[in-house]
Design a protein around this ligand. Structure first.
Ligand code: MN
Length: 755
């Protein structure tokens, strides 16, 4: 235990930056490869890792050959400094390799293939992530509105948090050397740093990077105020040095007497946080009592509370100024006890009390938790639940992470599991729910844009409109006035808005189509009586016709669509209009023999709004089919042998003949059940055979096996019966497969419109 002096600067980052010397991690002297290697070797002496770092350095050196920084330094100094900053945070080898190569993809001719073959896919992926983040320009004009979205976007884009660490270190070094840029550029970069990167560092809990970025930005944006505050802090500090050292001495003394291990140090508020306190709370400089404070670092949580009691025994605590961030950590996992006491001469002094572990977290944030521990595959090992808790805190306003265990097994972080952030071509950030497609984006702009969407360009490339968007995508929607929404779109849209708008359009279209069908039925029925339907659409008949509606203000359209939907029969209308004529009235539609009736033509492919394919038996072209006229759901087409027809045949009059229209290209879903021996690799083998024959697998499910027999259920898309039969035969021949069945379930018989 020792009481360190106020001027002490350890060789690792200090938490709260020292205003007179921005120096915690500022390297003094020449930054060289040897120095980097030495720093790494202190925490991760693994020779293979050091060798990779050497390799990465040489590759970067060669790639940046001839390039200079604005300062006149050779370019390699920049990645080397970035790597050193990270080495002081004790990050893993891949992260350091990424730091050394972080500007090569963007600024040199080094190819991704070379990086991948030397350092592996993971490193390439990390460098790619850093490059991608660097590409986005934060638009100052929309600062207020978009800064938070932008930060969230960066977080969500960085599925591996190391991408953000490298980016922060990169920004830190660029800010440290910003004096070499021209003044206007300096301001833009400093503002972006203050708006985006410092808060990002704060959210990741890396207090020292946050403080340094803030002060560096502030000194660029408002140099006069910065210089003024800086000199006032320095003066105050000089005045108080002896005073603070005395307090440190007596507290240290007291720790010894009470056998509590620990160290006591002075700490200083950084300039920007003083400025913020002065402006936001309108406190004059002289009244900021926590300009300087004292920190006690001990070993256990229990001792933290012990120290608190001890301090309160020496100095009188200020009422209401005791904060227990140990019991209730801050959202970025910061933990400490804070108390403000009245020291000799009535001076207020703030104490922070914490354990070494808490101190490390306060300094290094998320980086404190994995550092050099690595799995054999080069991914950082998350040692304990703390990281998960950490990230839970980071997403505190978001939903809980769904599966802890799964999360632990992966380094992939998705801090905003339900959101993606994409750009309009004009550069505006739009927040969308995860899984949103180009069509969701189109409806997000305007319903008319959605309804008329024919295509989309994402990052300049044409993509299908069902393409799922990722954070950072730039999305452009192509419309055509003759385009209309498709029922198919409902299968892949994710946003409630798009879904509602598409449904609305379909409903209106169905009304229109059913009214047309209804009108045609009435015309045909009227002909049987040698009349024309138009005679009945005016008085004295009109009233009778309209009485078939249950609406208060009925129109002919309503009546037509009721008939089209099958809720009303055309013949019952005519019989009411012409009582006593023709055959005797019957209450149900009399079915004529199937063969004599005109079959409905089934096209599939999603173009028939009122003709759907049954989900139970999933008919495909080539099979015998019949239509079932539902109440209000149009006509559902079943295979002639569908088990559900047994129930449906109770209402024979609703069954109508149907034929396929083979002239249209379309694909159809069918369900297959494959029974086989329960051994590894079966799913892959069966899937491969299905895919080889040109069918898509839209769903696959492994059923719990019994008696060492495995069961796989698939939903696949096929063109017709021949195609399906070919696939079933192939699957049957896969080694280990016992039986392949088409599933025609009797559950949920006729609710699915999936054509
Ligand atoms: Mn860089």
């Amino acid at each position: 235990m020792n009481a360190s002096s106020l001027l002490a600067n350890t060789d690792r980052p200090e938490g709260i930056s020292d205003p007179t010397d921005h120096g915690h991690a500022l390297p003094e002297g020449e930054v060289t490869l040897d120095r980097l290697l030495e720093t790494v070797a202190r925490y991760n002496p693994n020779p293979e890792g050091l060798d990779l770092i050497r390799k990465a350095y040489n590759m970067a050196l060669e790639s940046h050959e001839g390039q200079k920084r604005q300062s006149g330094d050779s370019y390699i100094k920049h990645p080397l400094n970035v790597a050193l900053i990270l080495a002081e945070m004790r990050v893993d080898t891949n992260c350091l390799v990424t730091a050394l190569l972080h500007d090569t993809l963007e600024d040199t001719s080094l190819s991704p293939e070379v990086i991948e073959s030397t350092f592996g896919k993971k490193v390439l992926h990390l460098i790619d992530g850093v490059t991608k983040i660097g590409k986005f320009q934060f638009k100052k004009s929309q600062a207020e509105k978009q800064a938070e979205n932008f930060r969230k976007m960066l977080l969500s884009m960085s599925e591996d948090i190391r991408v953000l660490l490298v980016k922060l270190a990169d920004r830190l070094h660029n800010m440290r050397t910003i004096e070499w840029l021209d003044a206007s550029k300096q301001k833009i970069i400093a503002q972006e740093t203050l708006d985006i990167y410092a808060p990002l560092a704060n959210r990741l809990g890396i207090g020292w990077i946050k403080s340094e970025l803030e002060d560096l930005s502030f000194s660029v944006l408002d140099p006069e105020t910065y210089a003024d505050l800086r000199s006032r802090v320095a003066r105050k500090r000089k005045e108080r040095t002896n005073y603070i050292e005395q307090i440190i001495h007596s507290v240290s003394q007291s720790l010894v007497e009470n056998a509590i291990p620990g160290r006591v140090e002075g700490r200083y508020k950084h300039i920007y946080s003083i400025y913020r306190k002065m402006t936001s709370q309108e406190i004059p400089f002289d009244e900021i009592y926590d300009l300087m404070g004292i920190r006690v670092i001990t070993d256990t949580k229990l001792h933290c509370y012990g120290v608190l009691g001890l301090l309160h025994g020496i100095y009188k605590p200020m009422a209401g100024r005791i904060k227990d961030f140990i019991a209730v950590p801050k959202s970025n996992m910061y933990q400490s006890l804070h108390t403000t006491v009245i020291a000799p001469e009535g001076v207020l002094v703030e104490f922070q009390i914490r354990t070494e572990e808490m101190h490390r977290v306060a300094e290094e944030g998320v980086a404190a938790h994995w550092n050099y521990k690595e799995n054999s595959d080069g991914t950082p090992a998350f040692p304990d639940l703390k990281v998960v808790n950490w990230l839970r805190q980071l997403v505190e306003w978001q939903k809980e992470l769904s599966d802890n265990q799964e999360f632990m097994n992966s380094v992939k972080l998705n801090l905003f599991p339900d959101e993606v952030y994409v750009f309009t071509p004009a550069g505006d950030v739009r927040e969308m729910i995860k899984g949103s497609t180009a069509i969701d984006f189109a409806y997000g702009i305007h319903t008319e844009v959605g309804n008329r969407t024919v295509g989309a360009r994402v990052n300049g490339r044409w993509v299908p409109i069902k393409t799922v968007l990722e954070s950072g995508d730039v999305v452009e929607i192509i419309t055509n006035p003759s385009q209309t929404p498709s029922k198919d779109w409902l299968r892949f849209v994710a946003t409630p808005k798009a879904r509602a708008r598409i449904r609305h359009w379909i409903k209106e279209e169905e009304m229109r189509q059913s009214a047309e069908i209804g009108l045609r039925s009435l015309e045909a029925e009227a002909q049987k009586f040698h009349r024309r339907w138009s005679e009945f659409t005016k008085p004295p008949f009109l009233g009778t016709v309209l009485s078939f509606s249950d609406l208060s203000d009925p129109t002919l359209e309503d009546i037509y669509s009721r008939i089209g939907f099958g809720r009303l029969s055309a013949s019952s209308v005519l019989r009411k209009l012409l009582p006593g004529q023709g055959e005797e009235p019957v209450s149900v539609i009399t079915p004529s023999p199937m063969q004599e009736r005109v079959p409905i033509v089934v096209r599939g492919g999603g173009k028939d709004l009122l003709i759907g394919l049954a989900g139970c038996c999933s008919p495909v072209p080539g099979e015998e089919i019949v239509g079932y006229v539902t109440r209000g759901r149009g006509i559902i087409v079943h295979t002639a042998d569908c088990p559900n027809l047994v129930h449906l045949s109770l209402e024979q009059d609703r069954i109508v003949p149907a034929v396929w229209d083979s002239s249209k290209d379309a694909i159809f879903d069918v369900h297959l059940r494959v029974s086989m021996e329960d051994k590894p690799g079966m799913l892959a083998a069966v899937s491969a055979v299905i895919s080889e024959r040109g069918a898509n697998i839209t769903h696959a499910e492994v059923k719990p096996s019994k008696h060492r027999m495995g069961v796989l259920d698939f939903t696949i898309t096929v063109e017709n019966l021949g195609h399906l039969q070919e696939i079933m035969t192939r699957v049957q021949h896969v080694k280990g497969v016992v039986r392949v069945q088409r599933i025609k379930t009797s559950s949920e018989p006729f609710h699915t419109f999936n054509a």
